[in-house]
Ligand binder design. Sequence first.
Ligand SMILES: NC(=O)c1ccc[n+]([C@@H]2O[C@H](COP(=O)([O-])OP(=O)(O)OC[C@H]3O[C@@H](n4cnc5c(N)ncnc54)[C@H](OP(=O)(O)O)[C@@H]3O)[C@@H](O)[C@H]2O)c1
Length: 338
Amino acid sequence: MKLFNVAVIGATGIVGQEFISLLEQRDFPVDNLYPFASEKSMGLFVQYKKKEIDIIPLSLESVNERKIDIAFFSAGSIIAKEMAQVFSKKGALVIDNSSAFRKDKDVPLVVPEVNGGVLKNSKSRIIANPNCSTIQLVPFLKIMEESYGLKSVFVSTYQSVSGAGRGGIEELKDQVSKLFSGKSVKPEIFPQRIAFNLIPQIGHFYPDGYCEEEVKMINETKKILSRDDLDIDVTTVRVPTFFSHAETVFVETKKVCDLNAVREKIEKHPEMVLMDDPQELLYPTLIDSSGKNEVFVGRLRKSSKSDKRISAWIVADNVRKGAAYNAIKIAETIIQGV
Ligand SMILES: NC(=O)c1ccc[n+]([C@@H]2O[C@H](COP(=O)([O-])OP(=O)(O)OC[C@H]3O[C@@H](n4cnc5c(N)ncnc54)[C@H](OP(=O)(O)O)[C@@H]3O)[C@@H](O)[C@H]2O)c1
């Protein structure tokens, strides 16, 4: 089997760490693993297959010194814009987790089980991984689009603090412990206090009142489903939980829906899990999805007013399904010749 020199850029971060454990768990064909991070992580190491591998500070020299076949970027969009071309010009396939290239029409934006086919016709050496909340939404929408045609989609998200990286997790922990000791807290990563609170803002606001995460979800969903005309509206909310994101999704379809047929499609889907028996209190929660690769769906129901309206509750691990797992699946799809 062909082996690859694999780089993880942002290897000390929450997504980077997930990359390293998934590469090991999936027995990804790694020859050499190169974990890159910033200067401040010099002296640290990552654990991979019982070996300790030193963190490599990211620089032009440290990249040029190595032959890299596949580079998983999880260090934010500034680093991606600065360094992705450096890796790709040296021949590496870059799969980037940030928003840097998602809107670029020549860069495929991919959830393999939804639109993996676009990889076949692309010559781009940079592939964009969608936003975590988009990744967990589109497999369900694809089923609805293929079966009944989507007319409109309305989504509200409930997004854990790990979506904001290691700093987000630390901020929630710190605020909870301070508040329990009667101390005051000052928000730093999040725009408001996150402990015992909900924040209807992820990223900055645009003049039209939408925030960054909402606009990302709207644009990315249209691109992945090749439905520029899709009527989709989103409200994104940060919630004080640590891992996994949840979404309430309401779709209007062009044709009449058969709820049992939708359930059956989800049950048979290799990347989805149906947990839908409310009478038995069966529906997915964040805990069910944490540490898992699949998208979990429950609370499926038809509107009493129309056979063309369905609601669903969708949960997935944002760091895994919403980031590292999807990126590794993209690489595996390309390695296997699409
Ligand atoms: N968290 C999620 O749920 C999620 C989901 C989907 C996509 N993403 C995307 O994945 C990326 C990483 O997110 P994260 O949550 O893992 O963030 P994180 O925990 O804050 O980690 C950020 C990583 O980037 C590295 N980094 C920062 N500045 C750097 C520099 N100048 N040179 C080299 N490395 C640098 C950090 O290294 P140091 O430790 O050395 O600073 C760290 O390894 C972001 O683009 C994010 O939007 C995140």
